[in-house]
Design a protein around this ligand. Structure first.
Ligand code: PRP
Ligand code: URA
Length: 213
């Protein structure tokens, strides 16, 4: 469902997604279950975000007859924002096993709340290929914005952002700077608290995935 407040946002409205977001929000959901639910939800988001991927005609021979079909023109490049985006990779890679995986490392400075980049490794070329940018929490939007700017510098054209939970502040910021970039989320929450955590959100995604914090 396209959210009426934001032209670039699709809130995926599906019982399987809603069930998993509820279990992820639950503070009692621990490590292994949290990881599995993150993977599953990432796959469901990637399925939705793939609806208009370009396909080419392909003829196949069934055991009975020749039959017209299609194949994806190109597997998307999968780009998680470290660390928490890593938790989404297995779910997306299951749909696109041939998709190369790039990595963008950044953490949010606790004082300034601005992203600090520390690593970047992307496959080449990015030009002409869809890129799925995985950022579980779209809070202030600073991390996604920095990632999008970098991807654009590296030649990416068709970038799609997938996140588990989004705050209106982050979606608005992305829409202002990159109106052409679509965003898929399972939940659009109320807003941010004074430490820029999404409320109700699900807490610190990286810490819950990796047992830190
Ligand atoms: C989290 C999350 C996002 C970012 C979102 O990462 O995974 O990448 O914050 O916040 P923003 O929209 O305000 O930029 P964090 O900095 O906690 O690093 P981590 O993934 O290594 O835990
Ligand atoms: N990063 C998180 O992991 N959670 C939030 O709510 C905001 C940023």
């Amino acid at each position: 469902m396209t959210d009426r407040s934001f032209a670039n946002l699709t809130v995926v409205d599906h019982p399987l997604v809603a069930d998993r977001i509820t279990r992820l929000r639950d503070g009692g959901t621990e490590g292994p279950a949290f990881r599995r639910l993150t993977e599953e939800r990432a796959a469901l988001l990637a399925y939705e975000a793939s609806r208009d991927l370009p396909v080419a005609a392909r003829q196949v021979q069934t055991p009975l007859a020749s039959c017209p079909g299609v194949r994806l023109e190109a597997s998307p490049v999968i780009v998680p924002i470290l660390r928490a985006g890593l938790g989404m990779v297995p779910g997306v890679a299951r749909l696109f096993p041939e998709g190369p995986v790039g990595h963008l490392g950044m953490y949010r400075d606790e004082e300034t709340l601005k992203p600090v980049p520390y690593y970047a490794k992307l496959p080449e070329p990015l030009t002409g290929r869809p890129v799925f940018l995985l950022d579980p929490m779209l809070a202030t939007g600073g991390s996604a914005l920095m990632a999008l700017e970098y991807l654009q510098e590296q030649g990416a054209g068709d970038v799609r952002v997938l996140c588990l939970v989004a705050a209106p502040e982050g979606v608005r910021r992305l829409e202002e700077r990159f109106p052409e970039v679509p965003v898929w989320t399972a939940a659009l929450d109320g807003g941010l608290n004074d430490r820029a955590y999404i409320v109700p959100g699900l807490g610190d995604a990286g810490d819950r995935l990796f047992g830190t914090g």
